[in-house]
Design a protein around this ligand. Structure first.
Ligand code: XUL
Ligand code: CO
Length: 434
C-alpha cells in the first residue's frame, strides 16, 4: 500500500527550482569540511507527531484523519503507521527515525502483553529497516501519557508507579538495541512537580538518578552501546520540570556522579526556558555533552511548545555554528520533533514541512561553515581574550597568581582601556553570509 501517491523520491533541484517537492539546498552527497551533508545533518523523522498526531489541541479534536488512522484493530493501525513512516523516510531520503514505545505499538492490558505487542512491532520494524536502509536514531519510552504517570514515573511518590516506568524503559531499551538504535532518550515529561509543598524534590531527584543508573546497568548487561541522552525542558506538562535546561541537567548529572549521559537539545524547549536555541546547545557543547538535537521552533508570540518545523535561518545558522565548532553531532542527529499545523490537512503538507526543515538546516550548515572559514569571526573571538594568552593574564589562567597579586596589578596598571565587543559587526557578518 502506497500512502503518499503521486509523490516520488524528493530530488535535489537547486536554489532556482520552483518545484515545492524538491530540495533547493539539501544535497545529501555534497561535501562540506570533509563530510557530506548527510553525514553532518543526520536527519530523522519522528514517529509520534507525524504519524500519531491528528491536530487535536486543548480546544478541539483532531482535524486530520490520515489513511493510516483507519483500521479494524489497534495493531492494524500501528502497522499502517509503520508502513507510512518508512515510505516517508525513503521518499524524503531521510536516513533515520525516532520512536516512543507507544508510537510503535499500542499498550496492552498487562506488562507482559504490552511487551509482546512491542516485540511484534519491533520485528516488523527490523524488516522495514532492512528493506529501506532507514535506521533508528533513538528510541524512548512514553512515561507521560498513561494516567498512572500523572505524578511522574521515575520521580513518582508511589514506588508501584516507578516499577511500571522501569518495565517500559527495560522493554524500550531491549527493543532499541534490537533495532540498532544509536541513542536512547529520556525526556522527563512529568518528572517534575506541580506543587512544591506536597513534593520531596530532593528524594525525587535521587530516585531519578538511581533509575538512570539501573537503566545504564541494564544497557551494559544486554550490550547496548548507544548513547544515553536527557532532553531538557523547563515546563509543560508539569509546572516545573527537573530537566529544566542544559545547565540544570549538567548540574544534576554531576551531583549524582553520572557521566554516561549527554544532552538532546530541543529548540522550542530552550526558548521556553528563556534561552536561545544556540545558548542551550553551547552550554551542552562546552561540557562535552552535546549529544543530539530535536529540530523545531516555537512561536515568538506565545509561550508554549508549538513544535513548528524549523524555517528560521538565523536559528539554523547559529545552531550549526555551535555544532561545527564543537566537532559535530557524533552518534546524534537532527530529529524533526515537529508537527504540521492543525489546519495543514493535506498529506503533501508533511513532505513540504520536512523539505523546508531540511533545506533550512542545509543552509544553516553551509552558512555556518563559511562564517567559520571565511569571516573574521573566529579571529575576533580569539583576539577578545588575547590578554590571557601571555604575561600575567596567562599566569592567572595557570593558577600562578594570588588575589593580592591581582590587586597590585590593578593598582599598577590603572584604569583599563575600553575594548569594544563589536556585536553589530558580528551580527552583520552573519547577515552577509546568510
Ligand atoms: C516533548 C518532546 C518529546 C521528546 C521525546 O516536548 O519533545 O517528544 O522528544 O519524549
Ligand atoms: Co523532543
Amino acid at each position: 500500500m502506497e500512502y503518499f501517491k503521486g509523490i516520488g523520491e524528493i530530488p535535489f533541484e537547486g536554489a532556482k527550482s520552483k518545484n515545492p517537492l524538491a530540495f533547493k539546498h539539501y544535497k545529501a552527497d555534497e561535501k562540506i569540511a570533509g563530510k557530506t551533508m548527510k553525514e553532518h545533518l543526520r536527519f530523522a523523522v519522528c514517529h509520534w507527531h507525524t504519524f500519531c498526531g491528528t491536530g487535536a489541541d486543548p480546544f478541539g479534536p483532531g482535524t486530520r484523519k490520515y489513511p493510516w488512522h483507519v483500521g479494524k484493530t489497534a495493531i492494524e493501525i500501528a502497522e499502517k503507521k509503520q508502513d507510512a513512516l518508512f515510505e516517508l523516510c525513503s521518499k524524503l531520503t531521510v536516513p533515520y527515525y525516532c520512536f516512543h514505545d507507544r508510537d510503535l505499538a499500542p499498550e496492552g492490558s498487562s506488562v507482559q502483553e504490552s511487551e509482546d505487542i512491542l516485540w511484534k512491532m519491533a520485528e516488523r520494524s527490523k524488516k522495514k529497516q532492512k528493506e529501506t536502509g532507514v535506521k533508528l536514531l533513538w528510541g524512548t519510552a512514553n512515561l507521560f501519557s498513561n494516567p498512572r504517570y500523572m505524578n511522574g514515573a521515575s520521580t513518582n511518590p508511589d514506588f508501584d508507579v516507578l516499577c511500571h516506568g522501569a518495565a517500559q524503559v527495560k522493554a524500550a531499551l531491549d527493543v532499541t538495541k534490537f533495532l540498532g538504535g544509536e541513542n536512547y532518550v529520556f525526556w522527563g515529561g512529568r518528572e517534575g512537580y506541580d506543587f512544591l509543598f506536597n513534593t520531596d524534590m530532593k528524594r525525587e531527584l535521587a530516585h531519578f538518578a538511581q533509575f538512570l543508573k539501573l537503566a545504564k546497568a541494564h544497557a551494559d548487561k544486554i550490550g547496548f552501546k548507544g548513547q544515553f541522552l536527557i532532553e531538557p525542558k523547563p515546563m509543560e506538562p508539569t509546572k516545573h520540570q527537573y530537566d529544566f535546561d542544559s545547565a540544570t541537567v549538567l548540574g544534576f548529572l554531576k551531583s549524582h556522579d553520572i557521566d554516561f549521559v549527554k544532552l538532546n537539545i530541543e529548540a522550542n524547549h530552550a526558548t521556553l526556558a528563556g534561552h536561545t536555541f544556540a545558548h542551550d546547545l553551547q552550554v551542552a557543547a562546552d561540557a562535552g555533552k552535546l549529544g543530539s538535537i530535536d529540530a523545531n521552533r516555537g512561536d515568538a508570540q506565545n509561550g508554549w511548545d508549538t513544535d513548528q518545523f524549523p524555517t528560521n535561518l538565523y536559528d539554523t545558522t547559529e545552531a550549526m555554528l555551535v555544532v561545527l565548532r564543537s566537532g559535530g553531532l557524533g552518534s546524534g542527529g537532527l530529529n524533526f520533533d515537529a508537527k504540521v499545523r492543525r489546519n495543514s490537512t493535506d498529506l503533501e503538507d508533511i513532505f513540504l514541512a520536512h523539505i523546508g526543515g531540511m533545506d533550512a538546516f542545509a543552509r544553516g550548515l553551509k552558512t555556518a561553515h563559511r562564517i567559520i572559514t571565511e569571516s573574521p569571526l573566529q579571529e575576533q573571538l580569539k583576539n577578545r581574550y588575547a590578554s590571557y594568552d601571555k604575561g600575567d593574564g596567562k599566569k592567572f589562567e595557570q593558577g600562578k597568581l594570588t588575589l593580592e597579586n591581582l590587586r597590585d596589578l590593578a593598582a599598577k596598571k590603572g584604569e583599563p582601556k575600553q575594548i569594544s565587543g563589536k556585536q553589530e559587526l558580528i551580527e552583520n557578518y552573519i547577515n552577509d553570509y546568510i
